[in-house]
Design a protein around this ligand. Structure first.
Ligand code: NAD
Ligand code: MG
Length: 401
């Protein structure tokens, strides 16, 4: 493994913090080159200081001032780059070998794409990039000669289960594969009476039973829209058709996902629910690196449970499957409408149970776009913007009940 110079896009987030933790354990093999953050400039300054980052990217001039004010001194100030274009430019910087794409939402798409086009080792946490632009992204990886390693725990698990299998032809699934079994915890509302879901609060939705994550993905886990995004992500990453991707609820989150082959063999990847395992796998591949994650004590745990997902309780999962069957445009709309809906729910402007309503409304309204060709990033971003404005209008006018 060559020495890696890492750019962490979204360093101040949950994945960003875990990534810096793993990098700091291996100073002989890797170092931080660049960090980016959108808010929390004090945190970014602290991270840049302790990791000796050479470059930071901040969103605007005001953030730059806050970063400077928070700089602890005593070490050379990193170069401060400003704005969205600087994110993509830094991801493609010739001095960077490895890019952790951990910005949340479709905002992370252009920089992840720039890393792929520039042929980096791309550690992809930002699943929204594949949901909104799977075709464009996978083509960029191929043409740019990038090495794509999934960071989402389910996809890292599947990747690990497939390691050593007969390589697929470019653009085809691994030979002999029957099904992907994507596991889901079922989130905090797996067994709450349906009648109570109308009144759940953002705090309750963000209290995930097993994983500690950012607020947006925590709500997505509660609605299981996250699992829907992951099904779409798996479709693109592993070239598997939607009919061969199943979701199974596994409340303990110990099995991170499974792969079933045509001979009946099922491979599973297990571990503690800690993202540092997937991050260390991506950073170290093909070698294994220590990640700080402790022992898995199955005997103490005693049992692992499984159940099928209930699509009445989790309409967002149904909508995601439908979008994947329908069209690329529907996937863009699903993702953008969800981002607005979750933001409004976190701001207490709509109820939890209205999240699928917002998505369904936008999918219905923009249904005519199914045939639209989305092979250019601009077309994706246009549809993304149009969906957001439709979703915002709907949230403004929908009665909160
Ligand atoms: P988070 O909200 O904790 O952090 C998001 C990061 O993105 C922050 O650094 C923030 O400053 C930055 N950011 C936000 N808006 C931005 C914008 N408009 N432009 C530039 N930067 C912006 O999110 P997270 O939980 O770390 O998730 C990051 C990504 O990883 C998401 O795509 C998520 O789906 C995925 N993921 C997260 C987990 C997890 O355990 N947290 C697991 C699997 C996948
Ligand atoms: Mg996941």
């Amino acid at each position: 493994m060559n020495f890696q110079h890492v750019c962490v896009l979204g360093a101040t987030g949950s994945i960003g913090v875990s990534t810096l933790d793993v990098i700091a354990r291996h100073p002989d093999r890797m170092a931080v080159h660049a960090l980016t953050g959108h808010t929390r400039m004090e945190q970014l300054a602290g991270q840049a200081h302790s990791s000796r980052a050479k470059v930071v990217v901040v969103p605007d001039a005001a953030a730059r001032e806050r970063f400077l004010a928070a700089w602890p001194g005593g070490a050379p100030l990193p170069e401060i780059r400003v704005g969205a274009q600087a994110l993509a430019d830094t991801a493609a910087d010739p001095q960077v070998t490895t890019v952790m794409a951990a910005i949340i939402g479709a905002a992370g798409l252009p920089s992840a794409l720039a890393a792929a086009r520039a042929g980096k080792r791309v550690l992809l946490a930002n699943k929204e990039a594949l949901v909104a632009a799977g075709g464009i992204f996978m083509k960029a990886v191929q043409q740019g000669g990038a090495q794509l390693l999934p960071i989402d725990s389910e996809h890292s698990a599947i990747y690990q289960c497939l390691a050593g299998e007969a390589p697929a032809q470019a653009g085809q699934a691994v030979a002999g594969l029957r099904r992907l079994l994507v596991t889901a915890s079922g989130g905090p509302f797996r067994s709450r009476p349906l009648a109570e879901l109308d009144a759940v609060t953002p705090e309750q939705a963000c209290a995930h039973p097993n994983w500690s994550m950012g607020r947006k993905i925590s709500v997505d886990s509660a609605t299981m829209l996250n699992k829907g995004l992951e099904v779409i992500e798996a479709h693109w990453l592993f070239c598997v058709p939607v009919e061969q991707i199943d979701v199974v609820i596994h409340p303990q989150s110990v099995i991170h996902s499974m792969v079933e082959f045509i001979d009946g063999s099922v491979m599973a990847q297990l571990g503690q629910p800690d993202m540092r395992t997937a991050i260390a796998y991506g950073l170290g591949f093909p070698e294994r690196l220590a990640s700080g994650v402790g022992l898995l004590d199955l005997a103490t745990m005693g049992r692992l449970d499984f159940e099928p997902p209930d699509l009445v309780r989790f309409p967002c999962l149904r909508l995601a499957y439908e979008a994947l069957r329908n069209s690329q445009a529907a996937c863009v709309t699903l993702n953008a409408a969800n981002e607005i809906a979750v933001d409004r729910f976190l701001g207490e402007q709509i109820r939890y149970t209205q999240i699928p309503d917002v998505i369904e409304h936008c999918l219905d309204k923009l249904n005519g776009r199914a045939a639209q060709s989305l092979d250019a990033l601009d077309a994706v971003l246009d549809l993304d913007r149009e969906t957001r404005s439709l979703a915002l209008d709907y949230c403004r006018t929908a009665p909160r009940g």
